[in-house]
Design a protein around this ligand. Structure first.
Ligand SMILES: *Cc1c(COP(=O)(O)O)cnc(C)c1O
Length: 460
Protein backbone atom coordinates (compact mmCIF):
# COMPACT_ATOMS: atom_id res chain seq x y z
CA UNK A 1 0.00 0.00 0.00
CA UNK A 2 1.35 3.35 -1.07
CA UNK A 3 1.25 5.72 1.93
CA UNK A 4 1.03 8.70 -0.45
CA UNK A 5 -2.58 7.84 -1.09
CA UNK A 6 -3.44 8.62 2.55
CA UNK A 7 -2.03 12.09 2.05
CA UNK A 8 -4.60 12.67 -0.68
CA UNK A 9 -7.38 12.52 1.89
CA UNK A 10 -8.75 16.06 2.24
CA UNK A 11 -8.31 17.82 5.58
CA UNK A 12 -11.22 18.39 7.94
CA UNK A 13 -11.36 22.15 7.32
CA UNK A 14 -11.53 21.71 3.58
CA UNK A 15 -14.39 19.26 3.89
CA UNK A 16 -16.26 21.58 6.24
CA UNK A 17 -15.96 24.34 3.64
CA UNK A 18 -17.62 22.30 0.87
CA UNK A 19 -20.95 23.89 -0.01
CA UNK A 20 -23.03 20.71 0.15
CA UNK A 21 -21.52 19.76 3.52
CA UNK A 22 -22.19 23.24 4.85
CA UNK A 23 -25.80 23.29 3.77
CA UNK A 24 -26.39 19.75 5.07
CA UNK A 25 -25.13 20.81 8.50
CA UNK A 26 -26.60 24.29 8.61
CA UNK A 27 -29.34 23.73 11.12
CA UNK A 28 -27.63 21.86 13.90
CA UNK A 29 -24.70 22.02 16.30
CA UNK A 30 -21.30 22.45 14.66
CA UNK A 31 -19.74 19.94 17.04
CA UNK A 32 -22.06 17.29 15.63
CA UNK A 33 -20.96 18.13 12.07
CA UNK A 34 -17.26 17.91 13.01
CA UNK A 35 -17.73 14.59 14.81
CA UNK A 36 -19.53 13.17 11.82
CA UNK A 37 -16.84 14.31 9.39
CA UNK A 38 -14.16 12.84 11.68
CA UNK A 39 -15.93 9.47 11.77
CA UNK A 40 -16.35 9.47 8.01
CA UNK A 41 -12.65 10.33 7.56
CA UNK A 42 -11.70 7.35 9.77
CA UNK A 43 -13.88 5.13 7.66
CA UNK A 44 -12.32 6.42 4.43
CA UNK A 45 -8.81 5.89 5.80
CA UNK A 46 -9.65 2.30 6.75
CA UNK A 47 -11.03 1.65 3.26
CA UNK A 48 -7.90 3.00 1.58
CA UNK A 49 -5.68 0.94 3.87
CA UNK A 50 -7.70 -2.09 2.90
CA UNK A 51 -6.73 -1.41 -0.71
CA UNK A 52 -9.87 0.27 -2.01
CA UNK A 53 -9.41 3.07 -4.55
CA UNK A 54 -9.68 6.74 -3.63
CA UNK A 55 -13.14 8.03 -4.63
CA UNK A 56 -13.30 10.93 -7.09
CA UNK A 57 -13.89 14.46 -5.78
CA UNK A 58 -17.60 14.65 -6.60
CA UNK A 59 -18.19 11.24 -5.04
CA UNK A 60 -16.26 12.25 -1.92
CA UNK A 61 -18.26 15.43 -1.46
CA UNK A 62 -21.56 13.57 -1.88
CA UNK A 63 -20.44 11.01 0.66
CA UNK A 64 -19.55 13.54 3.35
CA UNK A 65 -22.67 15.62 2.74
CA UNK A 66 -24.85 12.52 3.03
CA UNK A 67 -23.14 11.46 6.27
CA UNK A 68 -23.73 14.92 7.72
CA UNK A 69 -27.35 14.97 6.58
CA UNK A 70 -28.01 11.57 8.17
CA UNK A 71 -26.31 12.50 11.44
CA UNK A 72 -28.39 15.65 11.70
CA UNK A 73 -31.74 13.95 11.44
CA UNK A 74 -33.90 13.95 14.53
CA UNK A 75 -34.24 10.60 16.22
CA UNK A 76 -37.95 11.21 16.67
CA UNK A 77 -39.43 12.42 13.42
CA UNK A 78 -42.45 12.40 11.22
CA UNK A 79 -43.12 9.45 8.95
CA UNK A 80 -45.87 8.15 6.72
CA UNK A 81 -48.02 5.35 8.09
CA UNK A 82 -49.08 3.25 5.10
CA UNK A 83 -49.78 0.12 7.18
CA UNK A 84 -53.54 0.61 7.37
CA UNK A 85 -53.35 0.20 11.16
CA UNK A 86 -55.02 3.36 12.46
CA UNK A 87 -53.81 3.32 16.08
CA UNK A 88 -50.34 1.93 15.53
CA UNK A 89 -48.62 1.93 18.92
CA UNK A 90 -45.13 1.78 17.35
CA UNK A 91 -45.95 4.73 15.11
CA UNK A 92 -47.20 7.12 17.77
CA UNK A 93 -50.86 6.01 18.00
CA UNK A 94 -53.20 8.89 17.11
CA UNK A 95 -52.06 11.61 14.67
CA UNK A 96 -53.41 15.00 15.73
CA UNK A 97 -53.79 16.53 12.29
CA UNK A 98 -52.32 19.84 11.14
CA UNK A 99 -54.80 22.22 12.83
CA UNK A 100 -54.46 20.81 16.33
CA UNK A 101 -50.70 20.32 15.94
CA UNK A 102 -50.39 24.01 15.00
CA UNK A 103 -52.21 24.98 18.19
CA UNK A 104 -49.84 22.75 20.23
CA UNK A 105 -46.81 24.35 18.56
CA UNK A 106 -48.15 27.86 19.16
CA UNK A 107 -48.86 27.18 22.84
CA UNK A 108 -45.54 25.46 23.45
CA UNK A 109 -43.36 28.00 21.65
CA UNK A 110 -44.03 30.69 24.22
CA UNK A 111 -45.51 31.10 27.70
CA UNK A 112 -49.06 30.03 28.43
CA UNK A 113 -51.71 30.27 31.14
CA UNK A 114 -51.08 26.65 32.15
CA UNK A 115 -51.57 27.45 35.83
CA UNK A 116 -52.85 30.99 35.65
CA UNK A 117 -56.46 32.06 35.80
CA UNK A 118 -56.71 34.87 33.25
CA UNK A 119 -60.08 36.20 34.45
CA UNK A 120 -59.13 36.29 38.14
CA UNK A 121 -55.51 37.28 37.59
CA UNK A 122 -54.19 34.67 39.99
CA UNK A 123 -52.97 31.13 40.19
CA UNK A 124 -55.16 28.58 38.40
CA UNK A 125 -55.11 24.80 37.98
CA UNK A 126 -53.88 22.92 34.95
CA UNK A 127 -56.41 20.21 35.76
CA UNK A 128 -59.35 22.52 35.25
CA UNK A 129 -58.41 23.71 31.74
CA UNK A 130 -60.27 20.96 29.92
CA UNK A 131 -62.57 19.73 32.69
CA UNK A 132 -65.70 21.50 31.49
CA UNK A 133 -65.17 20.23 27.99
CA UNK A 134 -64.56 16.69 29.21
CA UNK A 135 -67.76 16.80 31.29
CA UNK A 136 -69.77 18.00 28.31
CA UNK A 137 -68.52 15.36 25.93
CA UNK A 138 -68.54 12.41 28.37
CA UNK A 139 -71.63 13.36 30.37
CA UNK A 140 -69.63 13.14 33.63
CA UNK A 141 -70.08 15.36 36.70
CA UNK A 142 -66.32 15.88 36.95
CA UNK A 143 -63.17 14.88 35.10
CA UNK A 144 -59.41 15.19 35.12
CA UNK A 145 -56.41 14.35 32.98
CA UNK A 146 -53.20 12.51 33.87
CA UNK A 147 -50.13 11.36 31.97
CA UNK A 148 -51.55 8.18 30.46
CA UNK A 149 -54.22 5.60 31.11
CA UNK A 150 -51.87 3.27 32.98
CA UNK A 151 -51.29 6.20 35.37
CA UNK A 152 -55.04 6.80 35.58
CA UNK A 153 -55.69 3.18 36.57
CA UNK A 154 -52.95 3.38 39.16
CA UNK A 155 -54.26 6.63 40.64
CA UNK A 156 -57.82 5.31 40.73
CA UNK A 157 -56.83 2.09 42.50
CA UNK A 158 -54.44 3.78 44.87
CA UNK A 159 -57.06 6.36 45.88
CA UNK A 160 -60.02 4.04 46.38
CA UNK A 161 -58.65 0.61 47.13
CA UNK A 162 -55.29 0.82 48.86
CA UNK A 163 -55.28 -1.96 51.44
CA UNK A 164 -58.76 -3.06 50.36
CA UNK A 165 -59.96 -6.18 48.58
CA UNK A 166 -60.93 -5.42 44.98
CA UNK A 167 -63.17 -7.87 43.13
CA UNK A 168 -62.27 -8.43 39.49
CA UNK A 169 -63.35 -11.10 37.02
CA UNK A 170 -60.70 -13.68 36.05
CA UNK A 171 -61.68 -12.97 32.45
CA UNK A 172 -60.44 -9.38 32.87
CA UNK A 173 -57.01 -10.06 34.38
CA UNK A 174 -55.37 -9.18 31.10
CA UNK A 175 -52.02 -8.00 29.88
CA UNK A 176 -52.17 -5.07 27.51
CA UNK A 177 -49.22 -4.55 25.14
CA UNK A 178 -46.01 -3.06 26.51
CA UNK A 179 -46.12 -4.70 29.95
CA UNK A 180 -49.30 -3.30 31.45
CA UNK A 181 -50.61 -6.21 33.49
CA UNK A 182 -53.76 -5.69 35.49
CA UNK A 183 -52.78 -7.93 38.45
CA UNK A 184 -49.37 -6.28 38.72
CA UNK A 185 -50.63 -2.74 38.54
CA UNK A 186 -53.19 -3.62 41.22
CA UNK A 187 -50.48 -4.93 43.47
CA UNK A 188 -48.27 -1.89 42.88
CA UNK A 189 -51.15 0.44 43.76
CA UNK A 190 -51.63 -1.29 47.13
CA UNK A 191 -54.96 -2.95 46.27
CA UNK A 192 -55.63 -6.58 47.24
CA UNK A 193 -56.69 -8.60 44.25
CA UNK A 194 -59.78 -10.75 44.74
CA UNK A 195 -60.24 -12.90 41.66
CA UNK A 196 -63.77 -14.00 40.93
CA UNK A 197 -65.53 -16.16 38.32
CA UNK A 198 -63.60 -18.00 35.61
CA UNK A 199 -61.74 -17.01 32.45
CA UNK A 200 -64.80 -17.40 30.23
CA UNK A 201 -67.71 -16.80 32.60
CA UNK A 202 -68.31 -14.47 35.47
CA UNK A 203 -71.84 -14.01 36.83
CA UNK A 204 -73.58 -11.37 38.86
CA UNK A 205 -73.66 -13.74 41.84
CA UNK A 206 -69.84 -13.97 41.74
CA UNK A 207 -69.65 -10.24 42.43
CA UNK A 208 -72.42 -10.45 45.04
CA UNK A 209 -70.61 -13.16 46.97
CA UNK A 210 -67.32 -11.32 46.68
CA UNK A 211 -68.85 -8.42 48.58
CA UNK A 212 -71.11 -10.25 51.02
CA UNK A 213 -68.89 -13.23 51.83
CA UNK A 214 -65.32 -12.42 50.87
CA UNK A 215 -65.00 -8.86 52.04
CA UNK A 216 -64.59 -7.09 48.68
CA UNK A 217 -64.86 -3.34 49.21
CA UNK A 218 -64.44 -2.20 45.62
CA UNK A 219 -65.58 -3.55 42.22
CA UNK A 220 -63.25 -3.17 39.26
CA UNK A 221 -64.16 -3.74 35.65
CA UNK A 222 -61.47 -3.81 32.96
CA UNK A 223 -62.03 -3.74 29.21
CA UNK A 224 -60.12 -6.70 27.75
CA UNK A 225 -58.90 -4.54 24.83
CA UNK A 226 -56.61 -6.60 22.59
CA UNK A 227 -58.13 -9.88 23.69
CA UNK A 228 -61.51 -11.47 23.12
CA UNK A 229 -63.04 -14.58 24.63
CA UNK A 230 -65.29 -16.39 22.18
CA UNK A 231 -67.91 -19.10 22.51
CA UNK A 232 -69.30 -20.12 25.91
CA UNK A 233 -68.88 -16.80 27.71
CA UNK A 234 -70.60 -14.47 30.08
CA UNK A 235 -69.67 -11.15 31.56
CA UNK A 236 -71.66 -8.79 33.73
CA UNK A 237 -72.46 -5.49 32.03
CA UNK A 238 -71.44 -2.19 33.54
CA UNK A 239 -75.13 -1.33 34.10
CA UNK A 240 -75.72 -4.50 36.11
CA UNK A 241 -72.54 -3.91 38.07
CA UNK A 242 -73.59 -0.34 38.82
CA UNK A 243 -76.89 -1.56 40.23
CA UNK A 244 -75.09 -4.11 42.39
CA UNK A 245 -72.49 -1.59 43.55
CA UNK A 246 -75.28 0.78 44.61
CA UNK A 247 -77.13 -1.98 46.47
CA UNK A 248 -73.99 -3.07 48.29
CA UNK A 249 -72.70 0.44 48.75
CA UNK A 250 -69.27 -0.17 47.20
CA UNK A 251 -67.55 1.91 44.51
CA UNK A 252 -67.43 0.71 40.91
CA UNK A 253 -64.25 1.60 39.00
CA UNK A 254 -63.98 0.95 35.28
CA UNK A 255 -60.81 0.84 33.19
CA UNK A 256 -62.36 1.22 29.76
CA UNK A 257 -58.95 1.47 28.06
CA UNK A 258 -60.39 3.14 25.02
CA UNK A 259 -63.85 4.05 23.84
CA UNK A 260 -65.82 6.20 21.44
CA UNK A 261 -67.00 9.65 22.48
CA UNK A 262 -69.38 9.58 19.53
CA UNK A 263 -72.01 6.91 19.02
CA UNK A 264 -70.29 3.56 18.24
CA UNK A 265 -73.31 2.63 16.08
CA UNK A 266 -72.88 5.74 13.95
CA UNK A 267 -69.17 4.95 13.61
CA UNK A 268 -70.10 1.48 12.30
CA UNK A 269 -68.92 -0.44 15.38
CA UNK A 270 -72.14 -1.30 17.23
CA UNK A 271 -71.61 -2.74 20.68
CA UNK A 272 -68.04 -1.46 21.00
CA UNK A 273 -66.75 0.55 23.95
CA UNK A 274 -68.85 3.67 24.55
CA UNK A 275 -67.49 6.28 26.95
CA UNK A 276 -70.82 7.96 27.69
CA UNK A 277 -72.47 4.66 28.48
CA UNK A 278 -69.64 3.68 30.84
CA UNK A 279 -69.66 7.08 32.54
CA UNK A 280 -73.40 6.96 33.12
CA UNK A 281 -72.97 3.78 35.19
CA UNK A 282 -69.58 3.55 36.93
CA UNK A 283 -68.37 5.86 39.69
CA UNK A 284 -65.12 6.49 37.83
CA UNK A 285 -64.16 5.54 34.29
CA UNK A 286 -60.67 5.89 32.87
CA UNK A 287 -59.45 5.66 29.28
CA UNK A 288 -56.57 6.68 27.02
CA UNK A 289 -56.29 10.04 25.31
CA UNK A 290 -54.45 8.61 22.32
CA UNK A 291 -56.59 5.65 21.35
CA UNK A 292 -60.12 6.07 19.95
CA UNK A 293 -60.36 9.57 21.41
CA UNK A 294 -57.74 10.60 18.86
CA UNK A 295 -55.57 12.97 20.93
CA UNK A 296 -52.09 12.82 22.40
CA UNK A 297 -50.84 10.57 25.18
CA UNK A 298 -53.01 11.12 28.25
CA UNK A 299 -55.23 9.29 30.71
CA UNK A 300 -58.74 10.62 31.23
CA UNK A 301 -60.62 10.07 34.49
CA UNK A 302 -64.33 10.91 34.36
CA UNK A 303 -67.04 10.28 36.91
CA UNK A 304 -68.77 11.43 40.08
CA UNK A 305 -67.59 14.67 41.58
CA UNK A 306 -66.62 13.34 45.01
CA UNK A 307 -64.52 10.61 43.39
CA UNK A 308 -62.63 12.97 41.10
CA UNK A 309 -62.11 15.31 44.03
CA UNK A 310 -60.46 12.58 46.08
CA UNK A 311 -58.10 11.68 43.26
CA UNK A 312 -57.21 15.33 42.84
CA UNK A 313 -56.09 15.35 46.47
CA UNK A 314 -53.91 12.28 46.13
CA UNK A 315 -50.22 13.23 46.50
CA UNK A 316 -49.30 10.83 43.71
CA UNK A 317 -51.07 13.06 41.20
CA UNK A 318 -47.97 15.24 40.99
CA UNK A 319 -46.07 12.33 39.44
CA UNK A 320 -48.69 11.84 36.79
CA UNK A 321 -49.28 15.41 35.83
CA UNK A 322 -49.68 16.47 32.26
CA UNK A 323 -47.72 18.99 30.32
CA UNK A 324 -48.98 22.03 28.39
CA UNK A 325 -48.52 20.29 25.04
CA UNK A 326 -50.75 17.41 26.10
CA UNK A 327 -53.45 19.77 27.30
CA UNK A 328 -53.27 21.89 24.16
CA UNK A 329 -53.66 18.76 22.01
CA UNK A 330 -56.49 17.44 24.12
CA UNK A 331 -58.47 20.67 24.05
CA UNK A 332 -57.96 20.96 20.30
CA UNK A 333 -59.37 17.47 19.74
CA UNK A 334 -62.10 17.52 22.39
CA UNK A 335 -63.74 20.68 21.05
CA UNK A 336 -64.76 18.90 17.89
CA UNK A 337 -66.74 16.39 19.93
CA UNK A 338 -69.20 19.16 20.79
CA UNK A 339 -70.50 18.49 17.28
CA UNK A 340 -70.29 14.75 16.53
CA UNK A 341 -70.72 15.15 12.77
CA UNK A 342 -67.79 17.56 12.65
CA UNK A 343 -65.74 15.37 14.99
CA UNK A 344 -65.83 12.57 12.44
CA UNK A 345 -64.52 14.94 9.77
CA UNK A 346 -61.89 16.77 11.77
CA UNK A 347 -60.40 14.18 14.09
CA UNK A 348 -57.98 12.13 11.98
CA UNK A 349 -58.52 8.84 13.85
CA UNK A 350 -62.30 9.04 13.46
CA UNK A 351 -62.07 10.08 9.81
CA UNK A 352 -59.79 7.12 9.10
CA UNK A 353 -62.07 4.65 10.88
CA UNK A 354 -65.14 6.02 9.12
CA UNK A 355 -63.62 6.10 5.61
CA UNK A 356 -65.76 4.01 3.26
CA UNK A 357 -64.26 1.36 0.95
CA UNK A 358 -65.37 3.43 -2.09
CA UNK A 359 -63.64 6.52 -0.80
CA UNK A 360 -60.48 4.52 -0.10
CA UNK A 361 -60.54 2.93 -3.51
CA UNK A 362 -60.71 6.37 -5.13
CA UNK A 363 -57.82 7.54 -2.98
CA UNK A 364 -55.73 4.48 -3.91
CA UNK A 365 -56.45 4.99 -7.61
CA UNK A 366 -55.44 8.59 -7.40
CA UNK A 367 -52.20 7.76 -5.56
CA UNK A 368 -51.33 4.96 -8.00
CA UNK A 369 -51.81 7.33 -10.96
CA UNK A 370 -49.49 9.90 -9.40
CA UNK A 371 -46.90 7.27 -8.54
CA UNK A 372 -46.84 5.92 -12.11
CA UNK A 373 -45.52 9.25 -13.29
CA UNK A 374 -42.76 9.22 -10.69
CA UNK A 375 -40.92 6.02 -11.20
CA UNK A 376 -41.27 3.89 -14.34
CA UNK A 377 -39.24 1.05 -12.76
CA UNK A 378 -42.22 -0.03 -10.72
CA UNK A 379 -45.74 -1.18 -11.38
CA UNK A 380 -48.46 0.28 -9.21
CA UNK A 381 -51.80 -1.48 -9.01
CA UNK A 382 -54.84 -0.96 -6.83
CA UNK A 383 -55.89 -3.88 -4.65
CA UNK A 384 -58.33 -4.48 -1.78
CA UNK A 385 -56.73 -5.07 1.63
CA UNK A 386 -57.57 -5.60 5.30
CA UNK A 387 -56.93 -2.71 7.66
CA UNK A 388 -57.19 -2.65 11.44
CA UNK A 389 -58.24 -0.14 14.09
CA UNK A 390 -55.19 -1.20 16.16
CA UNK A 391 -54.19 -0.16 19.67
CA UNK A 392 -56.27 -2.97 21.15
CA UNK A 393 -59.22 -0.61 20.82
CA UNK A 394 -61.66 -2.69 18.78
CA UNK A 395 -60.49 -6.31 19.20
CA UNK A 396 -61.21 -8.63 16.31
CA UNK A 397 -62.54 -5.87 14.05
CA UNK A 398 -61.15 -5.75 10.54
CA UNK A 399 -61.71 -2.92 8.12
CA UNK A 400 -62.23 -3.24 4.40
CA UNK A 401 -59.48 -1.13 2.87
CA UNK A 402 -57.70 -0.39 -0.39
CA UNK A 403 -54.00 -0.24 -1.12
CA UNK A 404 -51.50 0.51 -3.83
CA UNK A 405 -49.53 -2.65 -4.51
CA UNK A 406 -45.97 -2.01 -5.67
CA UNK A 407 -43.89 -4.42 -7.69
CA UNK A 408 -40.82 -4.13 -9.87
CA UNK A 409 -37.25 -5.29 -10.05
CA UNK A 410 -36.79 -4.93 -6.30
CA UNK A 411 -38.10 -7.58 -3.93
CA UNK A 412 -40.82 -6.50 -1.47
CA UNK A 413 -38.21 -6.70 1.31
CA UNK A 414 -35.87 -4.34 -0.52
CA UNK A 415 -38.69 -1.88 -1.26
CA UNK A 416 -39.74 -1.96 2.38
CA UNK A 417 -36.20 -1.29 3.56
CA UNK A 418 -35.49 1.50 1.06
CA UNK A 419 -38.71 3.37 1.92
CA UNK A 420 -37.96 3.05 5.62
CA UNK A 421 -34.68 4.90 5.02
CA UNK A 422 -36.09 7.85 3.09
CA UNK A 423 -35.87 11.38 4.40
CA UNK A 424 -39.52 11.08 5.39
CA UNK A 425 -39.76 7.32 5.96
CA UNK A 426 -42.73 5.51 4.48
CA UNK A 427 -43.84 2.44 6.42
CA UNK A 428 -45.90 -0.01 4.38
CA UNK A 429 -46.43 -3.71 4.77
CA UNK A 430 -45.71 -6.93 2.96
CA UNK A 431 -48.67 -9.14 2.26
CA UNK A 432 -48.58 -12.32 0.17
CA UNK A 433 -45.20 -11.38 -1.25
CA UNK A 434 -46.33 -7.95 -2.32
CA UNK A 435 -45.48 -4.56 -0.96
CA UNK A 436 -48.62 -2.62 -0.06
CA UNK A 437 -49.31 1.01 0.74
CA UNK A 438 -52.66 1.04 2.49
CA UNK A 439 -54.21 4.44 1.85
CA UNK A 440 -56.51 4.58 4.91
CA UNK A 441 -53.73 5.83 7.17
CA UNK A 442 -51.95 8.06 4.65
CA UNK A 443 -52.89 11.65 5.51
CA UNK A 444 -53.50 14.04 2.62
CA UNK A 445 -50.49 16.11 3.62
CA UNK A 446 -48.34 12.93 3.51
CA UNK A 447 -48.87 12.38 -0.23
CA UNK A 448 -45.94 14.58 -1.38
CA UNK A 449 -43.61 12.59 0.91
CA UNK A 450 -44.81 9.31 -0.59
CA UNK A 451 -44.24 10.64 -4.12
CA UNK A 452 -40.80 11.98 -3.16
CA UNK A 453 -39.86 8.62 -1.65
CA UNK A 454 -40.64 6.82 -4.89
CA UNK A 455 -38.93 9.43 -7.03
CA UNK A 456 -35.75 8.81 -5.05
CA UNK A 457 -36.06 5.03 -5.02
CA UNK A 458 -33.22 3.50 -6.99
CA UNK A 459 -33.51 0.15 -8.67
CA UNK A 460 -29.88 -0.92 -8.42
C1 LIG B 1 -54.42 0.78 26.55
C2 LIG B 1 -54.95 0.38 27.85
C3 LIG B 1 -54.31 0.76 29.04
C4 LIG B 1 -53.05 1.58 29.02
O1 LIG B 1 -53.31 2.86 28.52
P1 LIG B 1 -52.10 3.84 28.12
O2 LIG B 1 -52.76 5.10 27.76
O3 LIG B 1 -51.36 3.17 27.02
O4 LIG B 1 -51.25 3.97 29.36
C5 LIG B 1 -54.86 0.35 30.22
N1 LIG B 1 -55.98 -0.39 30.26
C6 LIG B 1 -56.63 -0.77 29.14
C7 LIG B 1 -57.87 -1.60 29.26
C8 LIG B 1 -56.13 -0.40 27.90
O5 LIG B 1 -56.77 -0.78 26.78
Amino acid sequence: MDSRILRQIPKMDRILAWGTVQSAGEEYPRALVRDTVRLELDRLRAELLAGQPMPGNGELERRFAEAVRQAGQYHLRRLVNATGIVLHTNLGRAPLGAEVAAHVAETAAGYSNLEYDLSAGKRGSRYSLVEELLCKVTGAEAAMVVNNNAGAVFLMLNTFSKGKAVAISRGELVEIGGSFRVPEIMEASGADLLEIGTTNKTHRYDYERAVSEKGAEVLLKVHTSNFRVMGFTEEVTVEELAQLAAEQNVPLLYDLGSGFLVSPEKMGFPGSADVRRAVSSADVVCFSGDKLLGGGQAGILAGKKEFIERMRNNQLLRMLRVDKMTLAALEGILRWYLDPAQAVQHIPVLAMLAASPDELRGKAEHLAAELRGRNPSFTFSVVPCRDEPGGGSLPGEELEGWAVSVSGSLSPDRIEKALRRCETPVIGRIWQDRFLLSVRTILDEDIPAVLAAFSALEVS
